[in-house]
Design a protein around this ligand. Structure first.
Ligand code: PMP
Length: 439
């Protein structure tokens, strides 16, 4: 029996919730059957219907080397023959930790986990344990995983639900989250110098941490205003709260040292995921020695059968070696490609300007917004001025031209070392055609 995306979706709907395993992969995002993928090679994804796509989603950023990179294939093939998982101490665990500590000046010690959510859960517990304080200060539209305490104001809202910038209306993004879980979570408008200053005046002395994405990555791509992240760091020092930089998206993506390097920051604690694993599940909590010491002897508890999975660690090592060799050529390449893509798309936007297309990017990350504004600076701009339905329709049309992006405007696209200038030209051409065809 030959399968098609539609037939797999019909079968999947009977046995999987929404036919998939994450809401962002199913009908809630795609408006119908998603494309079921069969394999990937380099910058290409292939679906079960035999169509090829230039992949700009790259597994939500988990694939800086693209699909089936020969070195990753070689690593997995070599290591899998020696056993999949031991749940014991490993040489490669020490080796990868040494690489991370030498690459990240603000990280003295690391602890490995599997996903960004798990790492964040442990990091928040550690912040509370280290400071003896309860409150967590987070920003509107920032996502730190699906844990109850921080799944607040992560989804777009209508403007009537925003509340005052100094005191946003707090709204959990899921049923099943009791108020006690987020009553100590303070939500603040991002990229607003005054709002965080006010929040810190009111709550800073009780705050275990202020957590921020370095580049707002879950409302498209929104860069921080100059000096804004440093302003948060300075306020943390003033009030004794830990400065927690969530580098799940930006780590080993925007620079070898992530946003901390890019914006000259010294976070007390960081979490990494996605790109770190080079396609396998790998995440880490890292930070200053005295903060990380809280995890010793399980004072602040963090367990996990699959922590420091050996296959994933070997792939992490291979990914880091490949990206770093020749004076970090891999990081330079994804940045050049991302910027070239953003420039091409901006050129297309100018020539087909009837749709109000705006491109925002930082290094290897970019997003297209359909908007009446020249730029999108925060969650409120995004919710008020970005046409998400139009973006989804645009991406669904791009699928038919062999271009793959995530149909959610809240996400973003990413370059990998395997993309080429030809891929960029082909994508820009397809985008121009879709803009012409769209009503
Ligand atoms: N933090 C940020 C900033 C993220 O974007 C994400 C995932 N999109 C997470 C944490 C959670 O990572 P994971 O999906 O691996 O649990």
């Amino acid at each position: 029996m030959s399968n098609t995306s539609q037939s797999l979706f019909d079968r999947g709907m009977k046995v999987l919730v929404e036919g998939v395993s994450s809401a962002s992969r199913g009908p809630a995002t795609f408006g119908g059957a998603p494309r079921y993928m069969s394999h990937g090679q380099g910058a290409r994804l292939y679906d079960v219907d035999g169509r090829a796509y230039i992949d700009w989603m790259m597994a939500f950023g988990a694939l800086p080397l693209g699909h089936a990179h020969p070195r990753i294939v070689e690593t997995v093939t070599r290591e899998v023959a020696r056993g999949t998982h031991f749940a014991t101490a490993l040489e490669v665990e020490v080796e990868v930790a040494e690489m991370l500590v030498s690459l990240l000046p603000h990280v003295d010690k690391v602890r490995f986990a599997n996903t960004g959510t798990e790492a964040a859960m442990a990091a928040f517990r550690l912040c509370r344990g280290h400071t003896g304080r309860r409150k967590i200060i987070k920003f509107e539209g920032h996502y730190h995983g699906w844990w109850d305490a921080v799944l607040v104001n992560t989804n777009p809202l209508p403007p009537t639900m925003f509340g005052h910038p100094n005191d946003p209306i707090r709204i959990p993004d899921s049923s099943g989250i009791p108020e006690e879980a987020w009553k100590d979570t303070i939500v603040v408008r991002w990229n607003d110098f005054d709002a965080i200053e006010t929040a810190m005046r009111l709550h800073g002395a009780e705050a275990a941490c202020v957590v921020t994405e370095g580049v707002m990555s879950n409302m498209g791509v929104i860069p921080p205003k100059p000096g804004y992240l440093k302003h948060i760091e300075d306020l943390c020092r003033k009030y004794g709260a830990l400065f927690y930089l969530d580098e799940t998206v930006t780590g080993f993506r925007l620079a070898a040292g992530g946003c901390a390097e890019l914006y000259g920051l010294t976070p007390d604690i960081v979490t990494y995921g996605k790109a770190l694993g080079g396609g396998l599940p790998m995440a880490m909590i890292g930070g200053r020695a005295d903060v990380m010491a809280g995890l010793e002897w399980g004072k602040v508890l963090h367990f996990g059968t699959h922590n420091a999975g050996r296959l994933a660690l070997h792939v992490t090592k291979t990914m880091l070696e490949t990206m770093l060799e020749n004076d970090q050529a891999g990081f330079k390449r994804i940045k050049t490609l991302g910027q070239s893509m953003a420039a091409e798309l901006t050129r297309v936007a100018k020539t087909s300007n009837r749709h109000g297309m705006v491109v925002q990017s930082v290094n290897s990350m970019f997003q297209i917004f359909f908007t009446d504004q020249p730029e999108i600076n925060d969650f409120r701009d995004f919710c008020t001025h970005v046409d998400r339905v139009k973006f989804r329709n645009f991406v669904l049309r791009l699928f038919d031209k062999g271009i793959y992006m995530n149909p959610s405007a809240t996400l973003h696209s990413l370059s990998a070392i395997v993309h080429t200038e030809d891929d960029i030209k082909a994508t820009a051409k397809a985008v121009a055609e879709v803009l012409d065809e769209m009503p």
